[in-house]
Design a protein around this ligand. Structure first.
Ligand code: FES
Ligand code: FES
Length: 215
């Protein structure tokens, strides 16, 4: 049997043969992937069913998977206490507690947290039975216009919990010691919550009182 003369194979022939081989090898994989994830119809909205426990009440809602937790709370559950300031993670107005930990709700998708427990300002206390942090903000005038206040209060509750659990901040001198409840620590921990009215010193007073340094 005649064997091909290697000298008659040009560089172009070799490249064509290699490309064809690679394409044949990947075809089954691509076909399997397409079968597992059918393409959505053009113009259709990707949606999913999401269950959240918000302020102690379970909600199951069908959402566009691109819906932020903030928009879910405000537009779908009509809990408008949580504010939208920048919608870019820069102001803290949208802070809520997610499984007890503070989070900017504008920066996360609701679909990522199905099954989680969310606490908003409406779930912390009621007008007749204020959460201690809400009462302290009222007592110390920790606000003027009040727009940043729900986020400030949720963030403050989360910050004190972090300190109780010994989570250090960038200004903690000893990373292994329980953080001191100092104004410096509180300013650092609350630095993600902007107050355009500049009520910062009163906010620190309110948090300090709840944290146990003052009565
Ligand atoms: Fe979320 Fe400003 S609205 S950080
Ligand atoms: Fe007005 Fe903070 S009280 S922005």
């Amino acid at each position: 049997m005649d064997s091909p003369d290697p000298i008659t194979l040009s560089r172009r022939d070799v490249l064509i043969a290699g490309t064809a081989t690679a394409a044949v090898a990947t075809l089954p994989l691509e076909a399997a992937a397409q079968a597992a994830a059918p393409m959505p119809a053009p113009g259709s909205v990707p949606s999913a069913s999401v269950t959240l426990e918000v302020n102690g009440k379970a909600h199951t809602i069908s959402l566009d998977t691109r819906t932020s937790l903030l928009d879910t709370l405000r537009e779908h559950l009509h809990l408008t206490g949580t504010k939208k300031g920048c919608d870019h993670g820069q102001c803290g107005a949208c802070t809520v507690l997610l499984d007890g930990v503070r989070i900017n709700s504008c920066l996360t998708l609701a679909v990522m947290h199905s099954g989680a427990k969310v606490t908003t300002i409406e779930g912390l206390g009621t007008p007749r039975n204020l959460h201690p942090m809400q009462a302290a903000f009222v007592k110390h005038d920790g606000y003027q216009c009040g727009y940043c206040t729900p986020g400030q209060i949720c963030s403050a509750v989360g910050a004190l919990d972090e300190m109780r659990r010994g989570v250090p901040s960038h200004v903690s001198a000893d990373l292994n010691a329980r953080p001191l409840l100092s104004a410096e620590e509180l300013r650092e921990r609350m630095s993600g919550n902007i107050c355009r009215c500049g009520a910062y010193s009163n906010i620190v007073d309110a948090i300090t009182e709840v944290g146990g340094l003052r009565t």
